[in-house]
Design a protein. Structure first.
Ligand SMILES: Nc1ncnc2c1ncn2[C@@H]1O[C@H](COP(=O)(O)OP(=O)(O)OP(=O)(O)O)[C@@H](O)[C@H]1O
Length: 212
């Protein structure tokens, strides 16, 4: 198997975690997640460098200025992010495991601009329709109404980016989970060319949200 990192991108609720979980179940020691940086305090039982890289806000901001992060965000007043080095470490320090990244379209743009040496395989997981995505987010029952609204608004950008030609190596529409998983596995195992699906055109739900 090649060791190119895998970048999975797609709107929240499309099924990325579900697909990654299946991969880990089938190949328990082939893949690894990168260790994120955070400014939050270390909790009992956590190990610096394993759970997270715990750093001060000054240190975090210095790394942001250096362009080290593929993505970073603030949650509950603390900063979290993934550095390019953390992705390289999965391979170099993780006994040859292959890095899987679950990142948003903005993160994909940053890798392409700032860290092309990572040379990942870019896969976009698409919902069958925008309306289906809404149903999945509501059905998951883990997100507040506000969070669902935010995620659906963000999904508009993700879908617009994925509809641009050549933004991803492969697009997989997650309609039937078993079929989507088979396709993902083929892409990862380098059985290329795996025929790419197309991001579906705007449906009524997406059109209404874009115009509101
Ligand atoms: N093909 C599918 N058909 C129907 N339901 C699905 C399918 N794939 C995933 N789901 C369901 O959709 C919901 C969202 O999936 P999941 O949590 O994996 O999304 P995600 O893309 O990882 O979201 P986030 O980025 O917010 O973590 C879950 O309840 C999951 O069981």
């Amino acid at each position: 198997m090649s060791q190119r990192p895998i970048v999975l991108c797609g709107p929240s609720g499309v099924g990325k975690s579900t697909l990654i979980k299946k991969l880990f179940e089938e190949f328990p020691s082939s893949f690894g997640f990168s260790v994120s940086h955070t400014t939050r305090n270390i909790r009992p039982g956590e190990v610096d460098g394993q759970s997270y890289h715990f750093v001060t806000r000054d240190e975090f901001e210095r790394r942001v200025r250096n362009g080290e992060f593929l993505e970073h965000a603030v949650f509950g007043g603390n900063m979290y992010g993934t550095t390019a080095q953390a992705v390289r470490d999965v391979h170099e320090k993780g006994a040859g495991r292959r890095a899987i990244l679950d990142i948003d379209a903005q993160g994909v743009r940053l890798i392409k601009q700032n860290h092309p040496d990572l040379n990942p395989i870019y896969v976009f997981i698409s919902p069958p329709t925008f309306g289906t995505l809404k149903e999945r987010l509501e059905g998951r029952a883990t997100d507040s109404k506000d969070a669902i609204e935010r995620r659906l608004n963000m999904a508009l950008d993700e879908l617009a980016y994925a509809r641009q030609p050549h933004s991803f190596d492969c697009i997989i529409v997650n309609q039937d989970l078993a079929k989507a998983y088979e396709k993902l596995r083929s892409v990862i195992q380098g059985e290329v060319p795996v025929p790419s699906d197309s991001v579906p055109p705007e449906d009524e739900a997406e059109r209404l949200r874009r115009s509101s």
